[in-house]
Design a protein. Structure first.
Length: 261
């Protein structure tokens, strides 16, 4: 099965992260397939809007366990290259020329929060949970940080980055990570309402409006590429650092890092 399924329903492209057995966790295949699909959508003039969601009970639970195990034993250079691929995915989603809607059907942790933040509009099921829990592994949410901060603001990000706490859909709504929360059984209807609104706008005007908002907010794709490169280097350095290795080893072996023992 492909890690990502791309289907078209009329003028809407639907992107499904399709690894439900691991809660749509990130690995090399999912990152690569999602990036390719986004590039394909961006080049397709018939696509008016994009819906991103996850198969099964979760939106995306962050990093895949086996992927993390490989990164824990990889060199700093390999970790940097890996992080740059994830950074490019986030950047391409953020600056995709079509309106994007995150259909958050369940848990969104780590990189999953990054995907939500990179979408123009996000609606979540009321039972969805969120977390930026990297500090619990001795790491930081480096490559997703610009996009999360742009979505929720610096003050909220400072708290969530340093506590790593889990928060619910209501809190995600309050801080601006998602625009609406609805009961799970109403999630598809809520997405359809959003798509109906998007269908009433001119596609060129919507593309320009999106770039206008990003530009006025100080974000350009060229500038973010430089930021992403620096952040990829940061997370690579932390992954191979003593504390990062301690935290990753404890997580992978179901133990406690030394700062908790």
């Amino acid at each position: 099965m492909p890690a990502v399924e791309l289907t078209r329903r009329g003028t809407v492209a639907h992107l499904l992260m399709n690894r439900p057995e691991v809660h749509n966790a990130f690995d090399d295949a999912l990152i690569a397939d999602l990036t390719v699909a986004i590039d394909e959508i961006d080049a397709d003039p018939t696509v008016r809007a994009v819906v991103l969601t996850g198969a099964g009970a979760s939106f995306s639970a962050g990093a895949d366990l086996h992927w993390m195990r490989g990164m824990a034993s990889a060199s700093e250079a390999d970790n940097r290259a890996d992080s740059e691929r994830l950074a490019r995915l986030m950047r391409r989603l953020q600056f995709l020329s079509k309106p994007t809607v995150a259909r958050v059907n369940g848990a969104a942790f780590g990189g999953g929060v990054g995907l939500v933040a990179c979408c123009d509009i996000a609606v979540a099921a009321e039972g969805a949970k969120f977390a930026l829990s990297e500090v619990k592994l001795g790491l930081v949410p480096a490559v997703i940080s610009p996009y999360v901060i742009a979505a929720i603001g610096l003050r909220q990000a400072r708290r969530l980055f340093i506590t790593g706490e889990i928060f619910g859909a209501a809190a995600a709504h309050t801080i601006g990570l998602v625009h609406d929360t609805v009961p799970m059984e109403e999630l598809d209807s809520a997405v359809e309402r959003i798509l109906g609104l998007l269908g009433k706008g001119g596609p060129v005007a919507q593309r320009e409006a999106k770039q206008l908002a990003l530009g006025m907010g100080g974000m350009t794709e060229t500038a973010m590429e430089k930021v992403d490169t620096a952040n990829a280097a940061l997370i690579a350095r932390l992954r191979v650092s003593p504390e990062g290795q301690d935290g990753l080893s404890a997580f992978l072996n179901k133990g406690l890092p030394t700062w908790l023992t």
